[in-house]
Design a protein around this ligand. Structure first.
Ligand code: DHB
Ligand code: MG
Length: 596
């Protein structure tokens, strides 16, 4: 199917928007009137630019407050429309969107609306233009898609059809099944937008919080199935008004947008993508650091040992039980020092995993960094984290382990030590993109997003996991751009006795994040913990949470660069990540940072 995006969904000048849409693979665009008005280029130049970029101009929009008005006002509206049709002829656009009137002078008179839209369509037809009438959810008299269709049907004009917009339909709770009553050739246009479920005024909701399909709470695939059953064969066009996208760079937003349409088409069986290959475990996490000493000190105190060294590069493998951490001093380390740069994901079929990632527009990384490296399939996540698809114990496939020469045996780990989860802080404008990326590209399931209070802001966090919980990634984001560098990434290590693990860490010279006494007083009020148990937690700085499935006990190390470690003891049924404790943890981390 053809794909399209409204220019209002992207940031920048009209030329920047068009370039971004084309590069991301869109076939066409809806030109939003304000973008054209603000452009220094003539309509002919814009038309030529679109042609050069391989973009069809699928729609010009919007025309407002046209129908169901007294005759003198309608005459003025027709005059206005003629100007716009002349402009559209220069632009080479042949479909115009008319949204249902919000004007106080509009009358509640369907027959009049139909008659005037029919006269508008007469005029449009002279210009070779079709009129697509859309019900705005906040339209004065017409606010539902079936009502708009009823008026279009009454008018019975060949140049008049309807435009369906998933946001207006689903935000009002209309049943999209009725779409199947509209003949496909009378659906002149289809606009798609998702949105988080919010209880707020629908106009504000629409203008500020729309998002790409799969990033909100609406069943866009379900709606699309109804539309496709009518025989509609026009473009799938994204029309997303969103405060974050307006500020973010157009290029990445357009890629995120196009990915959402690919995933949507896959859901309705309209494209065949390589199937998801769900990762089955975490092979390793890789830290890059300008200075190994502080990281190695923490790893050593956590009971890790250096067990292997890369044959060609300054990269060491540190291991404890099944937890493997690479410490890399090669790469260009960014300003803020030590950070989590790569994740090795165990994959049942690394090549197929990479093919799916590529089909979903993930940047594919070179399979070999150096001639002597094993060829590994890897892609970049939206935040730049490198994801390696690994086949660690498969003699038939190349393994990352082959690049490493063993130097020592892995230390016996009392308790099942492995990576419980990784927490990655996302650039502030890429939170929704990151969740969609991890779900669609990696085939992980996304949990509900949670808000976490930080002393200096509000964070959002959303976990993505594989079915058995052996891959858990918590995606986090701050509220503002300035938060990007403030919030750290962390590696959580699973242990079956966090008290013993915390004690060992301390005895080995490690420093745990101190937790205020007030926290433990509250814990005593919320849970019936034995005094002794509570005192043990208080003494070590262990935090506690519980859900229907069980308990979660955890504590944190000091931060090195952007990275810190967490020791966690998770009852098998516990699903969370200790989010209720995060505000206390964040406050404690802020208190220990040098003054800003
Ligand atoms: O918010 C608006 O005014 C507006 C304009 C055009 C549309 O297609 C739409 O869905 C909303
Ligand atoms: Mg719309």
């Amino acid at each position: 199917m053809r794909t399209s995006i409204a220019t209002v969904s992207l940031s920048g000048s009209l030329t920047e928007k068009l370039t971004a849409a084309s590069r991301a693979g869109f076939d066409g665009v809806e030109i939003f009137e304000n973008d054209l008005l603000a452009s220094p280029r003539t309509p002919e130049e814009i038309r030529a630019r679109c042609a050069d970029l391989g973009l069809a101009i699928e729609l010009y929009q919007p025309m407002r407050d046209i129908e169901a008005v007294p005759p003198a006002e309608f005459a003025r509206n027709l005059r206005r429309a003629r100007h716009k049709f002349e402009l559209m002829r220069r632009l080479g656009a042949d479909t115009v969107l008319v949204c249902s009137s919000v004007s106080p002078s509009a009358l509640d008179d369907d027959a009049l609306a139909a008659e005037q839209l029919s006269r508008l369509a007469d005029l449009a037809q002279d210009f070779g233009i079709r009129v697509a009438y859309e019900a705005l959810a906040w339209g004065r008299h017409v606010s539902t898609y079936d009502h708009a269709w009823h008026i279009v049907e009454t008018a019975g004009h060949p140049a008049l059809g309807t435009c369906l917009d998933s946001f207006h339909i689903l935000s009002r709770g209309s049943d999209p099944k009725g779409i199947e009553d509209i003949p496909g050739e009378k659906i002149f246009f289809l606009q798609l937008a998702d949105a988080p479920r919010l209880a707020m005024d629908v106009l504000q909701w629409s203008r500020h919080h729309r998002c790409f399909p799969g990033q909100g709470g609406f069943d866009i695939a379900g709606l699309l199935r109804h539309v496709l059953r009518t025989g509609y064969d026009g473009p799938l066009s994204l029309e997303v008004f969103n405060d974050v996208f307006r500020q973010a760079e157009a290029g990445p937003t357009a890629v995120d947008a196009h990915r959402s349409l690919l995933v949507l088409q896959e859901a309705v069986g309209a494209v065949d993508l390589p199937a998801p290959v769900v990762p089955t475990g975490i092979a390793f996490a890789e830290l890059v650091t300008p200075d190994t000493e502080p990281v190695e000190a923490v790893l050593g105190a956590l009971g890790f040992a250096r067990t292997a060294r890369h044959r060609a590069k300054p990269v060491d493998l540190w291991q404890r039980g099944e937890a493997r951490i690479l410490v890399n001093t090669t790469g260009a380390v960014r300003r803020d020092g030590t950070q989590l740069a790569a994740i090795g994901l165990e994959s049942p079929d690394p090549a197929a995993a990479a093919r799916r990632a590529e089909a979903l527009l993930a940047p594919v990384l070179p399979r070999r960094r150096a001639p002597e490296d094993a060829p590994l399939d890897a892609v970049a996540a939206p935040d730049g984290t490198e994801l390696f698809f690994c086949a660690t114990d498969r003699p038939d496939l190349p393994s990352w382990r082959a690049d490493f020469e063993d130097t020592a045996a892995a230390p016996a780990a009392p308790g099942a030590e492995r990576i419980d989860h990784l927490a990655l802080s996302q650039p502030w404008h890429q939170f929704d993109e990151a969740a969609l990326f991890h779900r669609s590209v990696l085939g992980l399931d996304a949990q509900e997003s949670v808000d976490v209070a930080d002393p200096y802001g509000l964070l959002r966090s959303r976990a993505v996991t594989n079915p058995d919980g052996s891959v858990r990634i918590a995606l986090g984001v701050g509220a503002a751009p300035s938060d990007d560098t403030v919030h750290a990434q962390h590696l959580a290590l699973a242990t079956d006795d966090v008290v013993a693990a915390a004690r060992r860490f301390r005895q080995a010279g490690g420093r745990l994040l101190p937790v205020p006494a007030n926290y433990y007083d509250d814990l005593a009020a919320r849970f019936e913990l034995a005094d002794e148990e509570l005192e043990t937690y208080r003494g070590l700085g262990i935090l506690y949470d519980r859900d229907a499935g069980g308990a979660f006990r955890h504590c944190y190390t000091e931060t090195v660069g952007r990275v810190f470690f967490e020791l966690v003891q998770r009852d098998p049924g516990y699903r969370g990540y200790g989010a209720p404790n995060a505000p206390v943890r964040l406050a404690a981390q802020h208190a220990r940072r040098p003054a800003r």
